[in-house]
Design a protein. Structure first.
Length: 441
């Protein structure tokens, strides 16, 4: 018969009374203290500022420690993938650009590459159009990382970083507006090429940006990298090693911050990335600090890629030559800033009746895509962005499904948060850089 470390407790008017006969006090009361195992459930979001209004985290807390975390998505469901089934293949660009609204060019490019693969015209896309796609994607990668840096800085208390990140992003949005006519939701990359050529004004603006941005990156590092609070809030916080990343399907900067140099631009090249000179930044700690360093380094690599793309821009068409596929490009804007110029309309209508009929049918009905299915993956700012496109031979997609990195990467949140402090949930979640427009598509 074993003896207890303490006498049987008894109830008094003052509560439970123990007669301790030996042992550690914490061990004595841990099994019977009514508040020792008390846990509370907290809903962080979907209105919490750090969840961007559309992500709900259900946290089970024991004091300040997170014992269980669950991610709830679906608050921003747009039905974009379903809508694609009711629009022609070119109109799909207008929908997919609105998924991950911080990297619209990547959504459009992945979709265009998938449609071109179904059409069998991948090798027919002109060199200038491919170079423009690389140029636009890398500018978009920089702007996306700037938003991450800005919002994460704000969520961890570095308010100034919020202002600076969005300030520099405005330069890129101004470039996008010059090229596409829109700051966001461009529908610029189309199956077969791009909607219109890059004007000379945009080239000058990009050159100016390339001269400006390296100085700004040094300012960010001076502001954050040596700041004790920033280091404390990011070092050894929300650690996810490479084994966990691979097991959960995590890609992008989160995977590379754990030490694996997996970047589809290198491992499975597309758009001629194998001909560009750039490095794949990695870190080994797999924490928020490592993800911060990787994204800063990726901005520098993207600046190198943008400069190389500019040097490669040779005169030429920006759409495939097959007129049964080529969406009318080189659209000239009218004097009122809306619609096409009278000269462009006159050109279309003055060619021939057959040409006008073809133009009308291509715009209203669209082109037919041979039956089949393909998968195309590209490296977005958040990881592998994949498009599974299925055609039944008609003018509209039978099914288009996106493998969206924001959705997949959110799986890592419980692994990063459980066992840590509630304050670190904010840092860990932010370090994943989820964009809920891509998650809830």
């Amino acid at each position: 018969m074993t003896t207890s470390n303490y006498a049987t407790e008894r109830e008094t008017t003052e509560g439970k009374v123990f007669t301790v006969t030996g042992g550690d006090w914490d061990q004595v009361v841990s099994g019977t203290d009514p508040i020792n195992d008390e846990r509370i459930v907290v809903n962080m979001g979907p209105q919490h500022p750090s969840t961007h209004g559309v992500l709900r985290l259900i946290l089970e807390l024991e004091g300040e420690t997170v014992r269980e975390a669950r991610s709830v998505v679906g608050y921003l469901h747009t039905g974009i993938e379903k809508n694609l089934e009711y629009r022609n293949w070119v109109q799909g660009s207008t929908f997919v650009t609105r998924m991950d609204y911080l990297s619209p060019i990547f959504n459009e490019t992945a979709y265009a590459l998938a449609v071109e693969k179904l059409l069998g015209v991948t090798d027919d896309v002109t060199e200038r159009a491919t170079t423009i796609r690389v140029l636009m994607m890398e500018l978009n990668r920089i702007s996306s990382h700037l938003v991450w840096l800005a919002t994460t800085g704000m969520e961890l208390g570095a308010i100034n970083m919020m202002l600076y990140g969005f300030r520099e992003r405005e330069y890129i949005l101004d470039i996008f507006e010059t090229i596409t006519g829109l700051r966001m939701n461009h529908a610029y990359v189309r199956p077969g090429g791009v909607a219109q050529d890059v004007p000379d004004d945009a080239i000058r603006k990009i050159r100016d940006f390339l001269a400006l941005m390296p100085k700004k990156l040094k300012e960010y590092e001076n502001l954050l990298s040596g700041q004790p609070i920033w280091i404390e809030r990011t070092t050894n916080v929300a650690v996810l090693d490479v084994t966990a990343c691979v097991a959960l399907g995590i890609t992008g900067p989160v995977l590379r911050s754990a030490g694996l140099a997996w970047d589809l631009r290198k491992t499975m090249p597309y758009c001629g990335y194998e001909t560009y000179e750039f490095d794949v930044p990695t870190h080994t700690d797999g924490d928020v600090w490592g993800r911060y360093l990787v994204r800063l380094a990726e901005i520098r690599e993207s600046l190198k890629l943008v400069e190389q793309a500019l040097d490669r821009l040779k005169p030429g068409p920006v759409m495939v030559s097959d007129k049964k596929i080529a969406w009318p490009a080189q659209l000239a804007i009218g004097v009122d800033g809306m619609g096409n110029s009278l000269e462009h309309v006159a050109k279309i209508m003055g060619q021939s009746m057959e040409s006008l009929i073809h133009h009308f049918k291509l715009v209203t009905e669209g082109f037919r895509v041979p039956p089949g299915q393909v998968y195309v993956g590209i490296e977005s700012p958040r990881g592998e962005l994949g498009v599974h496109a299925v055609s039944d031979g008609g003018t509209r997609p039978y099914r288009v499904h996106y493998r969206e990195p924001s959705f997949v990467n959110l799986q890592a949140l419980p692994a990063m948060a459980e066992g840590g402090l509630i304050a670190d949930v904010i840092a860990g979640g932010a370090s994943l850089d989820p964009v809920m427009g891509g998650c809830d598509r």
